[in-house]
Design a protein around this ligand. Sequence first.
Ligand SMILES: Nc1ncnc2c1ncn2[C@@H]1O[C@H](COP(=O)(O)OP(=O)(O)OP(=O)(O)O)[C@@H](O)[C@H]1O
Length: 310
Amino acid sequence: MIEINNVTMKFDKNKGEKEDFTALDRVSINIPESCIYGFLGSNGAGKSTLMRLMCGVYPCTEGSIKIDGREVFDDPEAKGKIFFVNDETIQYSTYTLKDLKNYYKCYYPQFSEEVFDRLTEKLSLPQNKRMSQFSKGMKRQAVVVAALSCKTKYIMLDEAFDGLDPAMRKIIKTMIVDELMDRDAAMIVSSHNVAEINELCDRAMLIHQGHLIFAGEVDEIKSGFCKLQTSLGSRQMTKEMAEAAGLEVMQFSTLGSVAQMIVRGGAEDCLAKLKGLSPILLEAVPLTLEEIFIYELEVRGYGADILKEN
Ligand SMILES: Nc1ncnc2c1ncn2[C@@H]1O[C@H](COP(=O)(O)OP(=O)(O)OP(=O)(O)O)[C@@H](O)[C@H]1O
């Protein structure tokens, strides 16, 4: 289990700035074994910073990150349990795949040549070509293979599927699931493709400007929101009426006499709250994770200034 407990990360202020910059503000989540965990967030939210803290690149300003009970910063044993593929990964551009294999074999005693050879062959990656001559997608494939071959208990992929075409994204995702299924490993992936996180991950969290908005099982997160459509007939439904009925409305719009709203809460509960208004139309539709992402950021004003300027 990875325990992220009340983590704050501040970076030193730049010249001319009054205060240090807070990239993460009291973030707490637990990442259990045997799961695929998605990190979602707006640009600059703090996802990569949290991943770097989780593999002990630098210490937290406050709080703690423990891997299987051991504080990760400055602890080689804890660090050895985690493999981090960052978004600028291939530093070894003069390496061939064979060199890459030998490099990781030295660092990870449990490295599996069988997995490395099998997966590189499956993806038809050339063994003797320098990786500087690989396409961006081929480099991504190579590091995912390396990550799976190192057989660490935790694997983190920042911007996991960047540069991969849709067919290759599917192949890589299936490969990850197949390889992880047989062992108690956890994969943590960040991506801006929310639909992909929804499809791949059983758990997810959303951060915005360093603050945790939600974290938990994807199905549970999704059951905490719904889209309602309702009509009261000749009376016009208003946001105020919905709120007075006890709903937490994130977005409200009308088309003729039909009101559509995005609300926080389970469908059954929300429908029950509106029944008292005797609607002639009342239905609830579940939200996708992508819609939840957009509405959660919208209520926090994300993008509003930019949209206003245009
Ligand atoms: N070494 C650093 N020094 C100062 N500020 C930093 C440093 N690293 C990150 N930041 C700042 O911390 C914030 C979070 O950055 P981070 O890279 O973690 O975001 P992210 O969620 O991964 O973003 P994106 O989705 O755009 O890749 C940003 O405002 C960034 O400028």
